[in-house]
Design a protein around this ligand. Structure first.
Ligand code: UD1
Ligand code: MG
Length: 486
């Protein structure tokens, strides 16, 4: 115990620099590269998660392109997950390379004496244990510089790790500066380094931009350290996918596929059945209860929560939706920012919009749209209906083609349908209006006045039956046809 504490006290401070200033030319996007997302999560947020898991004393995110937006996204992350260490956002005004970017963080590390981890903002798959192992190896060997490496079948685009015949490290050469003989080197630089701060800042001032891209390459500090006889450590990452850099839309799609697969597998382990796992897309913050079955072509996004024993027939897009237990979504459902009680049945072809709160055992059927609708237990609206800005009591029947006319072109108005009411088919409820408890609205009624409890509202033009009219009409038609044919 005593020893352990002693070691903890003796640990040098840890700093982290994340490079996030680049535009990402190869992405062909107006947005900064690190703001693009995998499984709904911007790259920079994934990197921040990993970085903050190491509990650094100082963290600097170097920003440039879209600096304000990158800072905003980082700020929102730290609001959700506050960190003890100091956080700063040094600016790299002109993107002159990764070495220049780290240099921009120098001022933020004044008076800092410890190890600095350098991470690239476009490597979202990196996990904290890998990083922790790098720091441990670095410290255990009293290294000046340590870096991760990995072997990859298709190394094009990456900086290559060059070694001497005896296997010791020589340095890193970028793709564009490679000798043809080194093209085949499969050991690459994922761009994750741990450097002693005392060696880092002086090395950066010695960088030169005499390379194919005319940039200050951070990678050159590796050869510098080797040449001056410093201890330089490498650590191999077994799965190259974890440290893949995202430079293009294709790289993004590859990682997206990987992330999607991993999330589906996670939920299978938690007891969820997927009838076609290749066509299900789940974002990270989603949760799903055991014994839920999910059909093909389903997207579960944002903070969607699905209870136990639910059935999703397929073709559904849910964002920030909360489903209780035993909910059945039939084919073709779009749901946003809503709550659904246990045992409810929705669809096929239903649109459940923001602010909808359905109690237990509610039935919402085909071609029904709800918005800001609070619906009581056991209530049914099964066909062709719009329920907007309304509150509906328990055990109420809303007939086919019912429409809450909630908008007068200026304002939205509320409709209240009290418990046990029966709204006949093809009724329009012109809000603001209340249908009283146990009341009936006759089919085809336009309700413009409140309906008192247990009464009938009826607004139809009286029907007239003209007897024998149809026979006379047909006879007249037939006669005319005969004379026309002659
Ligand atoms: C870099 C490495 C390469 C490595 C690869 C791993 C260098 C010179 N090359 O190449 O060896 O195999 O990553 O993915 O370091 N950035 C800035 N300012 C700049 C330039 C870049 O902040 O001036 C940031 C970018 O936003 C990005 C990161 O640094 O997050 C990496 O830059 P990128 O241009 O993607 O470098 P690669 O060509 O991928
Ligand atoms: Mg890159």
């Amino acid at each position: 115990m005593y020893n352990q504490r002693l070691r903890m006290v003796a640990k040098p401070p840890l700093g982290i620099v994340i490079l996030a200033a680049g535009r990402g030319t190869r992405m062909r996007s107006e947005r900064a590269k690190v703001l693009h997302a995998i499984a709904g999560k911007p790259f920079i947020v994934s990197v921040l998660e990993t970085a903050s898991a190491l509990v650094p004393d100082r963290l600097a995110v170097v920003v440039g392109h879209d600096a304000t937006e990158v800072e905003r996204v980082c700020g929102a992350f730290f609001t959700r997950r506050p960190m003890a260490g100091t956080v700063s956002y040094p600016r790299q005004v002109e993107q002159r390379g990764t070495g220049d970017a780290v240099r921009a963080a120098a001022a933020a590390f004044e008076g800092f004496d410890g190890d600095v981890l350098i991470l690239y903002g476009d490597v979202p798959g990196l996990a904290a244990p890998t990083l922790r192992a790098l720091v441990e190896q670095h410290r255990a060997n009293a290294a000046t510089l340590s870096l991760l490496t990995t072997e990859i079948d298709e190394p094009t685009g990456y900086g290559r790790i060059l070694r001497r015949p005896d296997g010791t490290l020589r340095g890193i050469v970028e793709q564009r500066d490679l000798d043809p003989a080194d093209q085949a080197v499969r050991e690459i630089n994922p761009g994750i380094y741990c450097v002693r701060s005392r060696a880092l800042w002086p090395a950066l001032t010695r960088l030169r931009a005499d390379n194919a891209q005319g940039e200050y390459y951070l990678t050159d500090i590796v050869a510098m350290a080797v040449e001056s006889g410093e201890v330089v450590e490498t650590r191999a990452v077994p799965d190259p996918g974890e440290v893949a850099g995202i430079n293009s839309r294709e790289d993004m799609a590859n990682l997206e596929e990987r992330a999607r697969k991993a999330l589906v597998e996670k939920w299978m382990r938690a007891g969820v059945t997927f009838r076609d796992r290749a066509t299900v897309y789940i974002e990270e913050d989603v949760t799903i209860g055991a014994d839920t079955e999910i059909g093909p072509n389903v997207q579960l996004l944002g903070r969607t929560t699905i209870g136990r024993g639910c059935e999703l027939d397929g073709t559904a897009l849910l964002r920030d939706a909360t489903l209780g237990d035993g909910v059945h979504l039939r084919l073709g459902v779009v749901m946003t920012d809503c709550q659904v009680g246990d045992g409810s049945i929705i669809g096929p072809f239903a649109h459940i919009r923001p602010g909808t709160v359905l109690a237990e055992e509610v039935h919402i059927g085909n071609f029904v749209e709800t918005k800001k609708a609070k619906v009581g237990r056991g209530t049914k609206a099964n066909h062709l209906t719009y329920l907007g800005d309304c509150e509906i009591g328990t055990a109420t029947n809303v007939g086919a083609g019912t429409i809450t006319c909630n908008y007068d072109g200026f304002q939205k108005h509320r409709t209240t349908i009290e418990a046990g009411a029966f709204v006949g088919s093809d009724s329009q409820l012109v809000a603001p209006v209340t249908i009283g408890r146990d009341a009936y609205v006759a089919s085809g009624t336009t309700v413009t006045k409140d309906v008192p409890r247990a009464s009938l509202a009826l607004s139809r033009v009286k029907q007239v039956n003209v007897e024998g009219w149809a026979d006379r009409f047909r006879e007249a038609k037939a006669k005319r046809k005969k004379s026309d044919d002659h």
